[in-house]
Design a protein around this ligand. Structure first.
Ligand code: 2PG
Ligand code: MG
Length: 372
């Protein structure tokens, strides 16, 4: 099935930044659109994010001609073509936002043309069947760090649950409790509460009142003091998982921590940036046992799948994640189900662009349970 039309426009993301939206049409008239997020606390080794203006220009000139009549049926071959046209290790020619938007829109258009769901199309390229396995949710309940204007140095306080319903309940209880204690109920970048003045110890205690499976994203490369805050908290609390507790260049700190805490789920995000080669290096150095997968850190669906495969083969847990600056595109929900992700991170329940992902997950779950 050939691509016959490719067009890009600039749209706004949830942080009032411009991003790219791509529209694709196939030879049978099937159409699809896709837009991509941008991180707020980015890893240094993420693939290049081109300005939306440059991205739109490249697509509407060079790529709309270069990709015309290219077959989209095989996800891997199509993405390979994008990788070849870019010709760099970090997508610095086309931008990872450009290539990912095209990769998603083309896969979605193909799924439409075949009258199958996007997650079903992607799963054909995954060596694991979906069956009745569905990701658990790391629901964001409190925000700090670069994502909020408050005292918390740690970026994310998350409740780990198996259903959206449970996540919603905990989210609302935490919100109510924060208000009751007299703190502000401001909303952070990713749709959770970010009370001003609150300290990390109290933040955790509030969440612990309602749930005992709590995860953290320390995002240590973004805020210098975050590691210190994490070390203080870990004296009195047990966490289900800990993401980025050390900076992305402190590989030895990661290895040492895992050696000393072999049963702790330790999640690598900024240190490996969805890059299969970096994940391989991380596996060799025993830096973690779980990984965050953010397709826009690498730039195509295929390379994101590669990252998942490498991590999973080493026994690492997979967590598919949204970004700080999001759009209403719900691709990440399809992707998470397709790759049989262990967990997802879609944010809190107070921002439409996060809700879009949760609602898509609910729709997929309904669909899968009807099929069974
Ligand atoms: C993270 C993400 C998503 P950002 O650090 O895991 O929560 O944040 O997209 O800003 O990098
Ligand atoms: Mg992170």
């Amino acid at each position: 099935m050939k691509l016959t039309r490719l067009r890009a426009d600039k749209i706004l993301n949830s942080k009032a930044m411009w991003t790219v939206e791509v529209a694709v049409e196939l030879e049978d008239g099937s159409q699809a659109i896709a837009s991509v997020p941008e991180g707020l606390s980015k890893g240094a080794t993420e693939a290049v994010y081109l300005s939306a203006d440059d991205s739109v220009k490249i697509i509407n000139t060079k790529l709309s001609k270069g990709l015309k009549n290219v077959d989209v049926s095989d996800l891997e071959l199509f993405d390979q073509k994008l990788i070849e046209i870019d010709g760099t290790d970090n997508k610095s020619n086309l931008g990872a936002n450009t290539t990912l938007a095209i990769s998603i829109a083309s896969a979605r258009a193909f799924a439409n043309s075949q009258e199958i769901e996007l997650y079903e199309h992607i799963n054909r390229f995954i060596p694991v069947e979906i069956g009745n396995r569905f990701p658990e949710l790391m629901v964001l309940v409190m925000e700090g760090g670069k994502h909020a204007d408050n005292q918390l140095q740690i970026q994310e306080f998350l409740a780990v649950v198996d259903t959206v319903e449970k996540g919603r309940e905990i989210y609302l209880k935490v919100l109510e409790e924060v208000a009751k204690l007299g703190y502000s109920t401001n909303v952070g970048a990713e749709g959770a509460v970010c009370p001003t003045q609150i300290l990390a110890e109290e933040a955790v205690r509030i969440i612990e009142k309602f749930h005992d499976k709590i995860s953290l994203d320390v995002a240590a490369s973004s805020v210098f003091e975050a590691t210190k805050e994490f070390k203080y908290l870990s004296n009195g609390h047990k966490f289900f998982s800990i993401e980025d507790p050390f900076p992305e260049d402190a590989w030895d700190d990661w290895t040492k921590y895992l050696e000393e805490n072999p049963n702790q789920m330790l999640v690598a995000d900024d240190i490996v940036t969805t890059n299969a080669e970096l994940i391989r290096r991380g596996i060799e150095k025993h830096i973690a046992n779980a990984v965050i997968i953010k397709p826009n850190q690498i730039g195509t669906i295929t390379e994101s799948i590669r990252a998942v495969n490498v991590a999973r083969n080493a026994g690492w847990k997979i967590i598919c994640s949204h970004r700080g600056g999001e759009t209403n595109d719900d691709f990440i929900a399809d992707f998470a189900v397709a790759v049989v992700s262990d967990y997802v991170k879609f944010g809190g329940f107070n921002r439409g662009e996060r809700i879009a992902k949760y609602n898509r997950l609910l729709a997929i779950k309904r669909r899968i349970s009807v099929e069974k």
